[in-house]
Design a protein around this ligand. Structure first.
Ligand SMILES: *[C@@H]1O[C@H](CO)[C@@H](O)[C@H](O)[C@H]1NC(C)=O
Ligand SMILES: *[C@@H]1O[C@H](CO)[C@@H](O)[C@H](O)[C@H]1NC(C)=O
Length: 272
């Protein structure tokens, strides 16, 4: 059987080269290899026996190489993440589950690592956190009007932004346990538009910093809707599509009641 299968190789080489001439696709290569393999088996022994022992051994070598390669690939497909390992989805899932696992396994796992190992892990976590935070800013990129500079995202809070009728609106928010350093109870959002000279109108120190969240026991300086709840801080909200939708709906109805009319575009939530 192996011998029979072996002969496909020479034939397929010939076909592959004609395949290559007109069609380089992997589909073509797959089809021609498969048909040559079938053909060699179906033609019977006489063809195979017409080749020298050396030729048949050479074919067997080639067949074995291909089988080994395919078996390896198949194993990769079967093993948990491996085949998909190349896909970003799988990498995301496996990283997330490893992170969760490390937290949920409790202190004993973490304490089994040396102080140096823990410091190294913290460095990696910090690096990835920094990278993700930088990449996050791209989510709001390209929002109209283009002349408006991006507003700064308050640390320990977030920034909810949207564009309506070519005007950019951003609402700074603080996480639970933080309050605005500046009274802004009647001022839910800030605007950047042609009428504002494409600058952020802010009572705060000006520039692109709309607000600062400082540690506080009670939250009194902002409107009630400008605080994330204790259970759902900015990142928790952002990681849950139904929570983010409901936050956006609330923001839109606040804008409507401030007489901002029109379709919302480029809405995004950035977390500090
Ligand atoms: C963190 O990132 C810096 C450069 O961005 C790199 O030089 C350093 O090796 C990284 N640290 C770790 C622990 O990966
Ligand atoms: C999103 O938040 C809602 C409301 O708190 C909760 O019921 C739901 O389970 C969350 N979904 C996910 C995927 O965490």
């Amino acid at each position: 059987m192996a011998l029979q299968g072996a002969l496909m190789w020479i034939c397929s080489l010939a076909v592959l080269s004609s395949c290559a001439a007109q069609d380089e696709t992997s589909r073509c290569r797959y089809n021609s290899l498969t048909s040559k393999l079938k053909e060699a088996v179906e033609l019977g022994d006489s063809l195979l026996l017409s080749w020298s022992p050396e030729e048949r051994a050479g074919l067997l070598l080639n067949l074995r190489n291909l089988k080994d390669k395919l078996s390896t690939l198949q194993l990769r497909v079967l093993s948990s993440c491996a085949a998909q390992d190349e896909t970003s989805r799988c990498r995301y899932n496996s990283l997330t589950s490893k992170l969760k696992e490390a937290v949920e396994c409790g202190d004993s796992l973490l304490l089994s690592w040396s102080p140096e190992e823990i410091a190294g892990l913290l460095l990696n976590l910090r690096n990835l956190t920094d990278k993700l935070s930088t990449l996050q800013l791209r989510e709001c990129q390209g929002a109209a009007p283009p002349q408006c500079p991006p507003a700064e995202v308050p640390e320990d809070g977030g920034l909810l932004c949207t564009t309506v009728s070519d005007k950019r609106y951003c609402k700074p928010m603080c996480n639970h346990g933080y309050d605005f350093s500046f009274l802004r109870r009647s001022r839910v959002h800030e605007e950047c538009s042609k009428p504002t000279g494409f600058k952020w109108q802010s009572q705060f120190i000006g520039g692109n910093k709309l607000a600062v969240c400082i540690k506080a026991h009670i939250q009194v300086s902002g409107a009630a809707s400008a605080y994330f709840s204790e259970a759902q801080d900015c990142l928790t909200t952002k990681s849950n599509s139904s929570l983010i939708e409901s936050l956006m709906r609330g923001f839109m109805s606040e804008l409507r009641s401030a007489d901002v009319q029109g379709e919302a575009e480029n809405s995004c939530l950035l977390c500090g």
